[in-house]
Ligand binder design. Structure first.
Ligand code: FHN
Length: 435
């Protein structure tokens, strides 16, 4: 019996050791005042454009096409020979984001295929050296964003399916892939990140992805995050590791789920922490351009996602996958234009607000700015009123946002009742403003 218990404990603890993530946080990371300021700006921005663009767009089958179609790396690399986005226009992309009411762009500088979409001296497998295009679209984009006051974050993949020093598929021994130059790979990433942070104007964030492919290697985050903050203390570091934030990170991200939810299975271990939050979702079902994907989200779905994120105190990063010619397809630009129309009218109830003031309710969510609460009624009601719990402030007035008509309400110790019987509910969002 004793032996059985010991065996069980041993097995359980060895499984635990084996499966537990190996994390190297930055000891005693203290964000600078500039970094805190940047975090605030980031939270005020609320809405960003995510862009997945790489040589995979040529095959029009998403950014995982190399793996999914089992294309050998050396064959896949040939895509660079005919990646020539002659119609790419940074001005158009930035205007698209601006017109949609987005305040920042997060773009793939390098995805899991390892192809660098920027001019880098660390490898020749990049857009300037390996494609007939020979130009650096990320520099054009960075300059245009800086000119237009749009923030810029670079997505950067930790995972690399092709480089020998990454050793994709190799067993992990002592927190490193066996028989590879793992330190060489870490140094390669550091060199590229240095370029991205020092050469491109106004970059304010690095968005890591791919940790989940190797949860027990030494990613040297202590060195990488420290380097980033040394180069520019205001850079916001985020990592899509699907876990609670590590020390040294400046924002927490969620993939295809609102903070606190886990409908996709990515966020099971991702406890909501105290850092600024961001959730990303894509406009159809693909991140990279996919010619067969017609699952376009409606304008209403996107606006609801944005409001639901804001109500949970998170930004919304909405993705599009541009085509290999550099254009963004019409279905996406149309939708973004309509989302922008809504933002021009109601953005005041989203930008610069904070959420999680009141837990999400069956009828919708609450955002707050100064002494105003914005009650977003998103869902149909069973009764002609809503109840808002947890309100501690004294409410002096309730009105429909943008109008002058007052709305009946009753404040009780347990919360506020707002009566909507005389109000025609909006198909997207009925916003009641509480003073
Ligand atoms: O594998 C990637 C995927 O291609 C895409 O970049 C998304 C965006 O959040 N992140 C990864 C999956 O977690």
């Amino acid at each position: 019996m004793k032996r059985a218990v010991f065996g069980f404990v041993f097995l359980a603890s060895s499984i635990f050791c084996f499966t537990q993530d190996y994390v190297q946080p930055v000891p005693d990371y203290k964000p600078t005042a500039q970094n805190i300021d940047e975090r605030n700006k980031f939270q005020n921005n609320k809405f960003g454009l995510f862009i997945h663009w790489g040589i995979y767009s040529v095959l029009a089958d998403g950014e995982w096409v190399m793996r999914i179609k089992n294309i050998p790396y050396n064959n896949y690399k040939r895509l660079a020979d005919f990646f020539n986005p002659q119609q790419f226009n940074a001005k158009e992309w930035v205007q698209l984001a601006k017109n949609a009411g987005m305040k920042y762009i997060t773009i793939t500088s390098r995805h899991h295929d390892g192809f660098s979409m920027f001019n880098t001296a660390a490898t020749s497998y990049d857009i300037v050296d390996a494609t007939p295009y020979k130009k650096d679209p990320l520099m054009e984009l960075a300059q245009e964003c800086a000119k237009e006051g749009i923030g810029l974050h670079f997505y950067y993949s930790l995972l690399d399916w092709g480089r020998a020093d990454y050793g994709f598929g190799k067993p992990i021994v002592n927190h490193e892939p066996a028989n590879t130059d793992w330190n060489g790979y870490i140094n390669f990433m550091k060199a590229q990140l240095t370029e991205l942070i020092t050469k491109y104007p106004n970059v304010t964030g690095i968005w890591f992805d791919g940790h989940w492919e190797r949860t027990n290697v030494n990613w040297h985050y202590d060195e990488i995050y420290s380097l980033i903050h040394q180069l520019n203390p205001k850079i916001l570091v985020g990592n899509n590791h699907h876990l609670a934030p590590f020390n040294g990170e400046d924002f927490q991200m969620f993939e295809k789920d609102l903070p606190g939810e886990n409908t996709t299975g990515f966020s099971g271990q991702s406890k909501v922490g105290a850092l600024p939050l961001e959730t990303c979702e894509t406009i159809n079902n693909s991140w990279g351009f996919n010619i067969n994907d017609n699952h376009y989200k409606s304008v209403k779905q996107i606006i609801h996602y944005l409001i639901n994120a804001a109500g949970r105190n998170a930004n919304f990063l909405l993705n599009v996958g541009p085509m290999p010619n550099g254009k963004i397809q019409r279905e996406f630009t149309d939708t973004l234009g309509k989302v922008g129309d809504w933002m021009r009218k109601y953005g005041e109830t989203i930008y610069d607000t904070r959420g999680n003031i009141v837990a999400p309710q069956s009828w919708g969510v609450v955002t707050q700015k100064g002494n105003v609460l914005y009650i977003h009624v998103l869902n149909g009601l069973k009764q002609p009123y809503i109840f808002i719990p947890e309100i501690k402030w004294k409410i002096s007035k309730a009105s429909v946002f943008g109008g002058s008509a007052e709305v009946k309400f009753k404040q009780q110790p347990e919360g506020v009742f707002v009566y909507l019987d005389n109000i025609i509910l909006d198909n997207i969002d009925t916003i009641i403003q509480l003073q």
